[in-house]
Write a protein that binds this ligand. Sequence first.
Ligand code: SF4
Length: 364
Amino acid sequence: MKYTTEFRNNEVAQALLSHIRERSRKKARFMEFCGGHTVAIFRYGIRQLLPKNIEMISGPGCPVCVTATVDIDKAIALAQEKGVIITTFGDMLKVPGSKSSLQKARAAGADVRMVYSTLDALQIAKENPEKSVVFLGIGFETTAPTVAASILEAQETGVKNYYVLSQNKLSPPAIKAILQSGEVKLDGLICPGHVSAITGAQAWDFIAHDYRIPCVVAGFEPLDVLQCIDMLVEQVENKQARVEIAYRRGVAPEGNKIALDLMSQVYEPAPAQWRGFGVIPGSGLKIKKEYRQFDAEEKFEIKAAPVDDPKGCLCGEVLRGVNTPLDCKLFGKVCNPESPVGPCMVSSEGTCSAYFLYGGNAID
Ligand code: SF4
């Protein structure tokens, strides 16, 4: 199978690991921003294979996890409006809001439908002209262009009952917030492959330039991750700080111009609330005035007040890399994938879920 088996080759993995072990001398802490990398690192046991002087920590790159409770409450409030169909990706259904979840709202009679793409949501709007169909725009730069494309498609085809609750977020401001806070000292960053396919590797230049931290963009197969760590080690050992790409088959330095143009046509940067961070300036995507007829915030009066995270849940700290799930007293006891307390246990890309499924307690 092209692009899968080649990147899981055992001999190449052993060679990369030997290379890392031979050259890595300094203590180094690397953060993977992306939840997809967190899962790959756990699934393939990469943490356990690395030399002891390399510490891996997980970052905030799980879009479901960073969605603030108030934003989930907004979606649930919308689901309870008469004549509204909520469409969303599956991971969002079980995420707890302050009092309920979309799954519970659906069980209580709300029309909440799981979709696989924004075009599915648009199709539902076309098939239900008497209803208002709202798509929950959750995700980073990877999904934002597809949401923007659905808005343009709705405009072009004259669909008047399609709305987007725009909760898409931009990744670089979150990394900047982590680096500026100084809460965790990082020696290297594994930059997100899928996000970088849109933004280009150049989006991370500020990390190397302003913070002197090595960055390598990685894919999601085990060899991608090992190659990325090998390249980070090289920079750390040589006291370098630059942005490199270990995922050339997916990422170009300048990114995907068509996707970036789509985003800038439909959206403008705006402040956004992140779980664990509060409001990060310029990290959200607001639908521009020209497309406001598709903006759910314009169409509906959505009432939801900010609330604290569930008592005892450390999702915010886990997302900032300050704590691991093992620091949370609820982990594996009160909180598990069947009965999640926080979103980091719900999402398939959540750090708590990865620890639970792949035995994080065996390694810390
Ligand atoms: Fe939150 Fe559960 Fe993770 Fe604890 S284990 S931080 S309660 S999601």
